[in-house]
Design a protein around this ligand. Sequence first.
Ligand code: SGN
Ligand code: CA
Length: 555
Amino acid sequence: MLLRLFVCFVLFLLWGCTQPPASPARPNIVFIMSDDHAYQALSAYSDHLIQTPNIDRIAKIGMRFTNASVTNSICAPSRATILTGKHSHLNGKVDNHFAFDSSNITFPLLLQQSGYQTAMFGKLHFGNNPEGFDEFKILPGQGAYWNPEFITKNEGEIKVEGYATDIITDFTLDWLENDRNEKDPFLLMYLHKAPHRSWYMAERHYDQFLNQTFPEPSTLFDNYEGRGNAAKEAEMSILHHMGWSGDNKLFPEVMDEINLNEIGYDKIRTEMTMNRLTPEQKEKYIKAYTPINEEFKISYHNMSDEDKMRWKYQRYMQDYLGTIQAIDENVGRVLDYLEANNLMDNTLIVYTSDQGFYLGEHGWFDKRFAYNESFKTPLLMAWKDHIRPGSVSDEMVQNLDFAQTFLDLAGISAPEDMQGESLVPVLTESGTWKRESVYYHYYEYPAEHMVNRHYALVSKDYKLIHYYFALDEWELYDRKKDPQELNNVYENPYYKEVREKLHIELKELRKKYKDNDTLSKEYIDRFLEDAAQGKVFGLTTTRAKEIQEKRKSGP
Ligand code: SGN
Ligand code: CA
């Protein structure tokens, strides 16, 4: 008997040795992205504005990137770069205006073809539906905070009562619980609309946020001395370009009462939002914002520009950060689900934003510039037993790298023309990964916020920017000595050698990424023609026509 047992045991061992080792299951990917979430408003980076304990859980169990950036700091182009692994000039989505070219090969398509289940919920902003998804429920365009409509794969267009951040999470959890099969790996893209302008928070957060005062950034009153014209010409000043009503939530009737005239569609924006609310939602909203409006009526006529800036900044922060509170709670719901269902073990979790955002730095809101607050983006990644808990990477990674990273994890070789690099060696702290500098190119001009076209090289030490098109100006920043980017040292003789070296590097980067100076003349003319016909949001027909005329008479 014993002998038989022994023989069986030896045979068992031999059998085990002759079998190939079981290949590890391909990881699931949960890609969480918010829209315009500044790293300054995430406590894993800095807790001076808000606590985000749930999002921070990803940093605690995984890696936090301190130098993650985007290639083009605006919504749809960022998303196109993420999906295609290519810079804007190659995937064609250079700005928010024209639709995404769906013939692009994307990583979700490749994952789906290789057996991944794929689902997307939330904001895409492509002007068409995503390819390569078994299931999607996406917001049309920018989408709405309140009672939003969704374009769905299987149910046509639907409208759901409630608050967007909660609803997008409900869809996500519902898919995880009811639609996912347990045998195949999955890619889940969970994409928030918040904290995008015009910053409407969930009702449950009114009490907490409408009574808070937030610290001001030291550059709130920046006068743009020491920099070129692009910063001076941009229309994203909290004082001058943020709407009293559409952004800062003054009631239109209060503005009429105190004779505060706003140009443009500021009050109309409020009316459009209010028309979406149910009577109960509206009642709570009016109740919450009435004290602010009443107080403003009394103080407005005695306010200096400085006071107005301070008031607008506080109003902005209360609303913006309020929207982040709901994201944090909802990310917590998703992480809880993953934990409770043993999905943490083999899931890569990513938290990022489609770009950074100005929270009063340089007196600004919005993004678009190659300066830090908009160029950089938060990035946290966790994957149990593969990424060291609490690790920090200062590598210069970009949204360009996601596609190849995810394909690498799934064991799929990336198409040759993808331009990023797999982050797996960085994540697992194994092998070598070296990148000295990254490339940036922003195109959407003339357009809302009037940030001139520019391209840039960014290394850990320096930033070299070229504004072209309506300007022809260079800027150079010493990132170590001047982290706030207040002094353009391009003409400073001390930096002559550095400048020359960076020029050569920039040329090489542009060659490597196959970029050339400008967009085709035809593209710009088509864009301006649409704007002249009132089809480009945020650019008035008058202004577009003026620019068209100038181009006709110009060189
Ligand atoms: C809207 C906003 C802009 C914002 C763009 C792009 N205006 O047009 O402030 O820059 O979206 O944002 S609003 O009056 O509609 O709020 S992006 O994140 O989609 O690129
Ligand atoms: Ca955005």
